[in-house]
Ligand binder design. Sequence first.
Ligand code: ACO
Length: 401
Amino acid sequence: VIDIRKLYAQSDAFTYDPGFTSTASCESKITFIDGDQGVLLHRGYPIDQLASQSSFLETCYLLLHGELPTASEYETFETTITRHTMLHAQFDRFFEGFRRDAHPMAIMTGAVGALSAFYHDSLDIQDATQREISAHRLIAKMPTIAARAFKYSVGQPFVHPKNNLSYAENFLRMCFAVPAEDYVVDPALVRAMDRIFILHADHEQNASTSTVRLAGSSGANPFACIAAGIACLWGPSHGGANEEALNMLKEIGTPERIPEFIAGVKDRKYKLMGFGHRVYKNYDPRAKVMQTSAYEVLAATGRENDPLFLVAKELEAVALKDEFFMERKLFPNVDFYSGITLSAMGFPTTMFTVLFALARTVGWIAQWKEMIEDPGQKIGRPRQLYTGSAARDFVPVSQRG
Ligand code: ACO
């Protein structure tokens, strides 16, 4: 009988690193994070500068191409993206197959995966031009798919893209306009939406991006890879946290109930959603920008005294003074204020992670392209530390006790 555990000792060294807390799976030039200092750079540019001075589409270009575009490069990029915003007419039938009460993230996972059945030319991943077109298609079509998932859930007719609007305004219009009615969106909300997209655009090798890379390492097509990323993002420890954070604020209800809630967190009954991060052991730089956006959106929508916002501010103040959170370096992450902001904009909680997926698509596809274009790329194949039975002989059922 072979003692399987002894094989580990004989084999080449490998690392046991649950959750990959200290193992780099790839080289990347896209995003840099210093979690101790609370720094996030995309292609070298600080996230707060991009959020205040750039636009989402310009940030997309930066993530994909490595440099900020010139004016003419930007114009060409914007025109290309707007040319791809429509979905194949047959695609609308696909939505009708879902129950009306389906979670929009379930629809997103299915719909984005189904793009591979519509755009066959994008399946040739060895062709650089096709890889570029796939990236453009995904960035352009995600708002249309996300808005349809929303419209389907509320039983309203789909609104087609209007390509003379900006990326964020077009998306808000597809979500909130009702056909044949005028729809005017407050520029403050357009700016906030665009900033939320920028804040979520990329975040190096998080769970969903690693999923996209792992799926892509086998040569799977880009739509399948992004669908895998969406499925992973849905989890409450990742993109689902903003939905959970808002539900938690609703459950707390009033600032008076915060001490009781904090006691439950310390007793490990539940986690403080929207707090903590695998990499940031300091304030998440995106959370600061998101907090400013929350103020702006609440002011624009006349909800400065929204009880959930008051609970959030007080909860943050209490946690940041509490030893339990400080010892563990638990600070608000980007999800803490994003739920309140999106809710004030009119989105139901079930759409929060969809908006995250929409924005993260550029990061996923930029990382996928970088991986495919890396000559040293290998199929992802983690090892395991086997803890099961040693090898043993099969016993026929008649002889088992
Ligand atoms: N509330 C209460 N305690 C927490 C929290 C939290 N939100 N997060 C971590 N802790 C505690 C853990 O219980 C643990 O305590 P212990 O050492 O006494 O056992 C300690 O802090 C370290 O926690 P880990 O689980 O080791 O931290 P990890 O890096 O694995 O987890 C994670 C990071 C998953 C984000 C975690 O902080 C969490 O679940 N947060 C809430 C969900 C959330 O907001 N997710 C969004 C992440 S950001 C994003 O995806 C955009």
